[in-house]
Design a protein around this ligand. Structure first.
Ligand SMILES: CC(C)(COP(=O)(O)OP(=O)(O)OC[C@H]1O[C@@H](n2cnc3c(N)ncnc32)[C@H](O)[C@@H]1OP(=O)(O)O)[C@@H](O)C(=O)NCCC(=O)NCCS
Length: 147
């Protein structure tokens, strides 16, 4: 099940999954505790297995950040479910959703309807990233077709 969680609950997975092999990974993000910021968590029983943070960056424009699924749960569609849940949760708030995708997972976001919105750029010390975005309206139509 997916539900809203606190900033602190995101920390262990941010550290272990996003911070893997990155010394001094900054797992606390500016804006984490803003009134509008939302943290989503995927749970199996009581265990948190996936996280995603959504931050408002402009009117009707939101950024997804800190997307991580624990190693043992990866490639089981949980990341895709989190993206879809958060997009749908924000259907009245977010017309555009954007994110900075790590090079390794650009395909994951392409599969989930995001397209490139920049050239690759370096975020030190993590590596190459691609800004990607999607119109959130498309997501709603897509959900509609599924039901
Ligand atoms: C990227 C991530 C959030 C995807 O979540 P997920 O639940 O594993 O993904 P899903 O099962 O919904 O989607 C599967 C797709 O994700 C990608 N993917 C899954 N695991 C991956 C991994 N370890 N490395 C790279 N891509 C991966 C593949 O494109 C895969 O498609 P395929 O099965 O056709 O090859 C998750 O793998 C993860 O936490 N990775 C490490 C942290 C990270 O890079 N986060 C994103 C930062 S921008």
């Amino acid at each position: 099940m997916i539900k809203l969680i606190s900033t602190e609950e995101t920390h262990p997975l941010r550290k272990s999954v996003l911070g893997e092999n990155i010394p001094n990974y900054q797992y606390i993000y500016k804006g984490d505790d803003d009134e509008k910021t939302l943290h989503f968590g995927w749970f199996e029983n009581e265990t948190l297995g996936g996280i995603l943070t959504a931050m408002k960056t402009e009117e009707k424009i939101w950024q997804f950040r800190g997307m991580a699924v624990s190693q043992s749960h990866q490639a089981k569609n949980i990341g895709s479910q989190l993206l879809q849940f958060a997009s749908n949760y924000l259907k009245n708030e977010a017309e555009v959703i954007w994110l900075n995708a790590r090079e390794k997972v650009v395909n994951f976001y392409l599969k989930n309807g995001f397209t490139a919105a920049s050239d690759f750029f370096d975020i030190k010390p993590i590596g190459l990233h691609l800004k990607m975005s999607k119109l959130n309206k498309e997501n709603i139509d897509f959900n509609h077709k599924l039901h």
